[in-house]
Design a protein around this ligand. Structure first.
Ligand SMILES: Nc1nc2c(ncn2[C@@H]2O[C@H](COP(=O)(O)OP(=O)(O)OP(=O)(O)O)[C@@H](O)[C@H]2O)c(=O)[nH]1
Length: 355
């Protein structure tokens, strides 16, 4: 038996958008946090901007955490855990990973989910993305990485609002809400924010020790797949990256065949991993009274988890997707066709479909 996994929050956001400033505020409120900072250069500087913290601090220097140094994340987490268990460093109750400004969160999540030793002890709790109120528009226009960081966030923090005019802030907020309708947008100045508002965005809230699936899924904020052919603001030249992103929901009234859903998701994850930025779902599976929750990021599908009860009266299966360069109709079609093929016996169900 392992103890409750330690929550891990991923702090991302474009270069200079205020990640370290925010981190300084967070560690004041959450002194028992272990901090992992990823810096591009061989000699990192960012950590020198970090104020003194009571918790342990680890640096991943010399490359980006999502590519060159991704292999270092797992030993770093292991070392922190073991050193804390042996009493060599202070005990910590959460981990905050600050990525470089252009990191892709998927490989980081891959480490957290697919390495068994790590997955038994750590659990992703939130992806927080900072967006610069002054330069954010321009960065979203120029860099698809910035758009993806917004699209995968659980919480969006609009920083430097003291420097931007109100109209620009409002326009940027509308753009962010279009790119990621499910993530609350919180405005911050000099990183000042209540940590409780931005951390604990995962399905399981370690502070209250409860799951709030409706809050996590936020399905009502997403348009149905059929209504998403044209979303967002008009297709201006400079918003070309935004036009590649689609967010939508897919619902099913009838209980679903797990093997069909699993096969459809595996196809998407295997062949369109780069396009599947994020998927969350609460699913009514045939033969099960309780709901199953699913969560995927690019090629990574979290292990399905059964919830103790339905969050409301509805027994519909609800999926929300955030995708890039992928057609909402195609996704809906695949889920529906694979479900039907297995439900009707066209495709045989293996003896133990969950394995
Ligand atoms: N005026 C103002 N300045 C801010 C605010 N937030 C951050 N800054 C400043 O913006 C600059 C960049 O902030 P950082 O926190 O270092 O940004 P970062 O995202 O960690 O930067 P990289 O690690 O280089 O990607 C610093 O000079 C901060 O003091 C804010 O809300 N208002």
């Amino acid at each position: 038996m392992f103890p409750t996994p330690i929550p891990v929050s991923l702090l991302t956001g474009f270069l200079g958008s205020g990640k370290t400033t925010l981190l300084n505020q967070l560690i004041r409120q959450l002194p028992r946090s272990a901090i992992i900072m990823n810096e591009f250069g061989e000699i990192g500087l960012d950590h020198q901007l970090l104020q003194k913290t009571d918790g342990p601090l680890a640096l991943l220097s010399g490359g980006c955490i999502c590519c060159t140094v991704v292999g270092s994340l797992s030993p770093t987490l292991k070392n922190l855990f073991m050193a804390s268990s042996r009493g060599e460093i202070p005990q910590f109750e959460r981990v905050i990973i600050e990525t470089t400004g252009i990191a892709d969160p998927a490989p980081i999540l891959d480490t957290l989910i697919n390495e068994r030793w790590i997955a038994a002890r750590f659990q992703l709790n939130s992806v927080v993305t900072t967006v610069d109120a002054v330069l954010g528009e321009q960065q979203l226009d120029s860099y698809f990485e910035a758009v993806k960081q917004v699209a995968v966030a659980d919480r969006l923090l609009l920083t430097k609002t003291d420097l931007a005019d109100q109209a620009a802030c409002t326009a940027l907020q509308m753009r962010l809400a279009t790119l990621n309708p499910g993530a609350p947008i919180i405005t911050v100045q000099h990183g000042q924010v209540d940590a409780a508002l931005i951390l604990n965005a995962g399905l399981y809230d370690p502070s209250s020790k409860t799951s709030d699936v409706n809050k996590w899924l936020n399905a009502s904020h997403y348009r149905p797949a059929a209504a998403t052919t044209l979303i967002g603001r008009p297709r201006a030249e400079e918003a070309v990256h935004d036009n590649r992103i689609r967010s939508f929901s897919v619902t099913f009234a009838e209980p679903l065949e797990w093997m069909g859903i699993y096969a459809a998701l595996q196809m998407l994850l295997s062949f369109r991993a780069k396009s599947l930025l994020r998927m969350k779902a609460i699913v009514n599976l045939k033969g099960k009274d309780k709901p199953t929750v699913l969560h995927a990021v690019q090629h990574v599908l979290y292990p399905p988890a059964e919830l103790p009860e339905w969050p409301d009266e509805s027994r519909q299966s609800r999926f929300v997707f955030i995708v890039a360069d992928m057609d909402a109709d195609m996704v809906q079609h695949m889920l529906s066709e694979f479900h039907s093929a297995y439900a009707s016996g066209q495709l045989p169900i293996p003896a133990d479909p969950a394995s």
